[in-house]
Design a protein. Sequence first.
Length: 195
Amino acid sequence: MNRKTAILAGLAAAFVIAAAGVGLLAYRGAPDLSSIGGSFALTDGSGATVTEHSFHGKWELIYFGYTFCPDACPTTLNTIAETLAALGPLAERVQPLFITVDPERDTPPVIADYVRNFDPRIVGLTGSPEAIARVAKAFRIVYAKQRTGDGKDDYLMDHSSVIIVIDPAGKFSGILAADLPAERMTDKLRRLLMP
């Protein structure tokens, strides 16, 4: 692990602490947790605009990553897909969103094909570099390009790896560790979804 990766990993780790209740995590150092999140306008795989209001009424699971990610992103999306399957009919109340931190490569068709490999219910979102920077800042996500060679596409993206949970009213509810096993994620979400 190089110095830049270590710094980003440290920052991401510093963002989370254990919280009470359903076992979700909450951001450390956030004086007002309700300030996490906010307005955004991004593009889904079909080219349609998606905003912070598009999925009100559902529990949103928001994960920031990128389609060229070698490990964390596919593992997390696979866990989300397994969780949706395990939730059965309750999954209708959940909307997973995958927001790219690599808009240069993750065009709408690329991100649509990528999320389809995991579960058709996962919505992939992209946008301009400026739009991605704004939404990442709003959700307190850190990311940075790390060059791996001299070619245009010779890079990886270091990024925070957490699943942000937004309640049906569009308010920040907490986060889930991205490496949480599907069985535990299912259990935590079931507690939120059961009436």
